[in-house]
Design a protein around this ligand. Structure first.
Ligand code: NAD
Ligand code: UDP
Length: 317
């Protein structure tokens, strides 16, 4: 199935970030008009500079914790720092972005009768005791730990989305994104894939937190964006939450070794303390996405890593 949308005016909040910039690109390719809104906290104009001359692209600096008055047909709400380093930098602002941001964007969607997609996260499952994680699992989140600003902020945003749906009949789509990587991750982002690639390319030691036996499942960005677009096109009754991610599960040690091999680096591996509340395992159950969106990831980790390494090499080394 190949989904295409035409002539819609689409708002992408967080559009100058890693995922948002890829989404803006795909929407423009599909013939949409795109309004990209971002406060550049972790994103940058550079991520969308190649789109600025596109006649259907508009860029606006705006913080989603403040109301926004625009006219659009669809909204993708991605604004929120995603890297633990960044979202813990100003945790109060992180919660505000998720919660006030959701209220503002839902209010906008309600006034316009617009469909709205929320970029939620596998972090709503916390440090999961059910593995792999199906959407029915309610999660295991520490509500007062250092990750709570993000995890609970995103959980509250999900609550708001479903309440707007029940109370106001608003057409919502909630996607729970599992670790996604690819070109345009910020080199100082702090997330594991970009950290390892940058360290390997610099010949610096690869920093594994803990013993490296914790697992994550890594999805290449193009696959994820395809899932977003398919989800947005589903009938109104399909609200989610739907997991999107690549079920291939790897330990951080395996990821470090693969990154060293693919970059041809001579980096050593060093072990550093595991951050508090770091989830031990994470793997999406994507049965729902397979069934409802006819979607599954097409890019295996090794291929996606090669493409990401090429990007970092060409841009920064
Ligand atoms: P990112 O940090 O590259 O992008 C987030 C964007 O939001 C940035 O451009 C940032 O400047 C912007 N932003 C932050 N606060 C804002 C505010 N108050 N107002 C306006 N803009 C604001 O991260 P990403 O990986 O592209 O993540 C995008 C979304 O997807 C986030 O909501 C994140 O929680 C979610 N997500 C991502 C992943 C992943 O693995 N990449 C996993 C789960 C969820
Ligand atoms: N991690 C690591 N070294 C790094 C950065 C992260 O070992 O330089 C680990 C981190 O402790 C976690 C995993 O990699 O277990 C994924 O971390 P990331 O910040 O990318 O995302 P998370 O899934 O934890 O939100």
């Amino acid at each position: 199935m190949h989904v295409r949308s035409f002539n819609k005016r689409v708002l992408v909040t967080g559009g100058a970030g890693f995922l948002g910039s890829h989404l803006c690109e795909r929407l423009l390719e599909n013939g949409c008009e795109v309004l990209c809104v971002d406060n550049y906290f972790t994103g940058s104009r550079n991520n969308v500079v190649h789109l600025l001359k596109h006649p259907n692209f508009e860029l606006m600096r705006h913080d989603v914790t403040l109301p926004l008055y625009v006219e659009v047909d669809e909204i993708y709400n991605l604004a929120c720092p995603a890297s633990p380093v960044h979202y813990q930098h100003d945790p109060v602002q992180t919660t505000k972005t998720s919660v006030h941001g959701a209220i503002n964007m839902l209010g906008l969607a309600k006034r316009l009768g617009a469909r709205i997609l929320q970029a939620s996260t596998s972090e709503v499952y916390g440090d999961p005791s059910v593995h792999p994680q199906p959407e029915e699992y309610w999660g295991n989140v520490n509500p007062i730990g250092p990750r709570a600003c993000y995890d609970e902020g995103k959980r509250c945003a999900e609550t708001l989305f479903f309440d707007y749906n029940r109370q106001h009949g608003l057409p919502i789509k909630v996607v729970r994104i599992f670790n996604t990587y690819g070109p345009r991750m910020h080199p100082n982002d702090g997330r594991v894939v970009s950290n390892f690639i940058v360290q390997a390319l610099k010949g610096e030691p690869i920093t594994i937190y803990g013993d490296g036996q914790q697992t994550r499942s890594f999805c290449f960005v193009d696959d994820l964006i395809e899932g977003f677009l398919r989800f947005m096109e589903t009938p109104e009754a399909v609200t989610g939450p739907i997991n999107l991610g690549n079920p291939g599960e790897f330990t951080m040690l395996e990821l470090a070794e693969l990154t060293i091999r693919l970059t041809g680096s001579r980096s050593s591996i060093v072990y550093q303390p595991l951050p508090q509340d770091d989830p031990k395992q994470r793997q999406p159950d994507i049965s729902k996405a397979r069934k409802l969106l006819s979607w599954e990831p097409a890019v295996p980790l090794e291929e996606g890593l090669r493409r990401t390494i090429d990007y970092f090499r060409s841009r920064f080394f």
